[in-house]
Design a protein around this ligand. Structure first.
Ligand SMILES: [Zn+2]
Length: 413
């Protein structure tokens, strides 16, 4: 059997043949790594033949190498982007002195990149730190698995606890949240500051970054909330839109598919409150990017409907699509317009019963939101969308009437 170092070299060699652009994002890699971490068997207490833990460990070596190769590949690609950006920044600085005005745009783009915004395969600093922590945890897991697989139980025990600590750290390093204490217990009464021990602010606070869900805003801002309660009513500082956030840690997550929608049951350990099982439907066709242990904020619109799940541990935002949402038509006609019912009726009666129609509905739920956002950007596109939909709607209504007349006529005969 190969040593752990040889296997790590093998993963590095294999990462060179992978194309980072074709790999799943950091978020999907996190979930993949998490599945491997949680499968790490308990090291056996004594040596024995045909040890099940050893067999399990041997089986996990191959997926661990696969995952490690992907992590190396994404890390190397991100490092390359950063280097290119730095070299380009130096280059533009030099030619800028010679008076090259045309490079201003490029300079701005690079400044953005250097500030740590993720662009074209590059990762921001926080994502890079989380990628490095994941990679280290996966290397340690591979070492633990090899030792366990070979029955070196003392070494396996040590390596396994080290690997689990690294995994915990990699998984709990929040991207969008930070718990902040209030700096120790204040004195009973401090004459200088006027603060007493009974000051309600002396509770633990949570700094979170949440995304505003207003279609034309979608800005991520920082909020400070009390860590003893789960539900918070907040308002976006950029556009003023109010929304609600229910914050907690994911205990279990179960997804079952029914036709074009997925049903979720999430065991949610709420901040400062007892755990609750939350159930809801989502037609977005994308899985919610969260795993057990992640801190997640469920975001509610000002009308109280569940609109998004934001993973505060990984930074992923997932928009929840309610059963029967009509993004483009809602954007054009407004919430609750009577035309929406006609479009929904057409979808359920004409599209959903046919395989091709179902495929269209799925694709629409997957991309409809970005499409609606694109169309809502300017007045002319908004007007054109409304005009096109009105034309389609007129045909739908005529078609519906004809179909009804046809049916009624058939009954008469
Ligand atoms: Zn906003």
């Amino acid at each position: 059997m190969k040593t752990a170092d040889e296997l790590i070299q093998e993963a590095k060699a294999r990462s060179g043949a992978l194309d980072a652009r074709k790999l799943p994002g950091l978020d999907a890699l996190r979930l993949e790594a998490k599945a491997i971490f949680s499968a790490l068997p308990e090291p056996p207490a004594y040596r024995r033949d045909n040890d099940p833990a050893a067999q399990m460990a041997q089986k996990l070596v191959a997926p661990a190498i696969d995952c490690l190769a992907r992590l190396y590949c994404v890390g190397a690609a991100a490092a390359r982007v950063t280097t290119i950006a730095e070299q380009a920044a130096q280059g533009t600085a030099a030619s800028g002195r010679e008076g090259g005005e045309a490079l201003g745009g490029l300079k701005k783009a690079i400044a953005g990149l250097k500030q740590g915004r993720a662009t074209a395969g590059g990762l921001d600093q926080e994502s890079m730190a989380s990628l490095n922590a994941l990679t280290r945890a996966m290397e340690l897991h591979l070492r633990a698995l090899v030792a366990m697989g070979e029955g070196r139980i003392v070494e396996a025990d040590l390596l396994a606890s080290e690997a689990m600590a690294a995994a915990r750290q990699a998984m709990c390093e929040g991207v969008l949240f930070r718990f902040v204490g209030m700096g120790g217990t204040p004195p009973v009464f401090d004459r200088a500051t006027g603060v007493s021990r009974y000051d309600p602010r002396s509770d633990e606070r949570l700094k979170v970054q949440l995304t505003c869900l207003a279609t034309r805003c979608r800005k991520r801002s920082q909020y400070e909330v009390a860590a003893q309660k789960a539900f918070h009513r907040l308002a976006c500082p950029k556009c003023g839109q109010s929304f609600g956030a229910l914050i907690g840690r994911v205990g279990t997550i179960r997804r079952t598919n029914h036709g074009v929608t997925s049903h979720y049951a999430i065991g949610f350990e709420l901040l400062g409150e007892p755990a609750r099982l939350l159930e809801f439907d989502d037609a977005s066709q994308k899985g919610i990017p969260a795993a057990a242990g992640d801190l997640v904020a469920l975001l509610y619109s000002c009308t109280g409907s569940l609109a998004a799940a934001e993973n505060l541990t990984s930074g992923a935002l997932h928009l929840i699509v309610p059963k029967g949402a009509c993004f483009v038509a809602t954007m054009a006609f407004g919430e609750g317009a009577p035309e929406l019912d006609d479009f929904r009726a057409f979808r359920d009666a004409r599209l959903v019963p046919h395989p091709l129609g179902r495929r269209f509905v799925r694709a629409y739920y997957r991309h409809g939101d970005s499409f609606a956002r694109l169309l809502s950007r300017t007045k002319p596109t908004r007007r054109a969308t409304r005009w096109a939909l009105e034309a389609i709607h007129a045909r739908l209504v005529r078609g519906g009437q004809r179909a009804r007349q046809g049916r009624d006529g058939g009954r008469d005969e």
